[in-house]
Design a protein around this ligand. Structure first.
Ligand code: AMP
Length: 213
């Protein structure tokens, strides 16, 4: 399918399925999926200077200071010449301003999910220690408990998926990101999608709202 290049933002509470939906859009339309959380985790694994600086904040469930986020995100967005799906950025108004000064955004999609559902989903999240593939013991179980279907790696819980850190991230989301949502709503760029439904239904609603079916 031929679709114009699009730069979009997927926004929603942690656990709302942004990553899953971004992957589906990437597979279908080729827009680069850019997740600031993953970019940081990769830098932490490679023990880069940036990764080590960011780790202190991530482990506590706090947002990484903007100066590090901008370094990591600018590089990734500059490379995404066929369009991008931003997942996990922007999370505050400084990040919105940074984006506005450097890139154009066609649409912002808000995935809406109640807090208690998000906590439930995040506590059930598992990742392969080897290939990073994600699972969820509630609705995306591996065939064999604790083992990756694809590479046989061990499934682990992310360091920052403790209940305390999750609740802290949700609180941060409400405190900081609500202003971001309001801003894009005022600009007429926001589409809201109910994230408490099956993956495929959410995906269909998103593409309808993007007008790319
Ligand atoms: P996530 O995978 O989106 O939950 O991100 C994991 C962690 O990375 C967050 O808890 C933050 O510490 C950090 N992080 C990811 N994206 C951002 C961002 N846009 N601004 C600040 N910190 C971020």
């Amino acid at each position: 399918m031929l679709v114009n290049k699009m730069n979009i933002i997927l926004i929603g509470i942690q656990g709302s399925g942004k990553g899953t939906q971004a992957k589906l859009l990437n597979e279908k339309y080729g827009w680069e999926h850019i997740t600031t959380g993953d970019l940081f985790r990769r830098n932490i694994e490679a023990a880069t200077e940036l990764g080590l600086a960011a780790k202190k904040f991530i482990d506590k469930g706090e947002l990484v200071p903007d100066k590090y986020v901008f370094l990591i995100v600018k590089d990734a967005l500059d490379k995404a010449v066929d369009g991008f799906i931003l997942d996990g950025f922007p999370r505050n108004m400084e990040q919105v301003r940074f984006l506005q000064e450097n890139f154009s955004i066609q649409r912002v999609v808000l995935l809406e999910l109640p807090d208690n559902k998000a906590v439930e989903r995040l506590m059930a999240r598992r990742n392969c220690a080897v290939c990073k593939r994600d699972y969820n013991i509630l609705f995306k179980k591996p065939q064999k408990e604790g083992v990756c279907d694809v590479c046989g790696g061990e499934l682990v819980i992310r360091d920052d998926d403790t209940e305390e850190a999750i609740r802290k991230r949700i609180e941060k989301f409400h405190n900081e990101t609500n202003r971001v949502i309001e801003y894009y709503a005022e600009k007429g760029l926001l589409s809201t999608v109910n994230a408490d439904q099956p993956v495929e239904s959410i995906h269909n609603e998103i593409i309808t709202k993007l007008g790319v079916e």
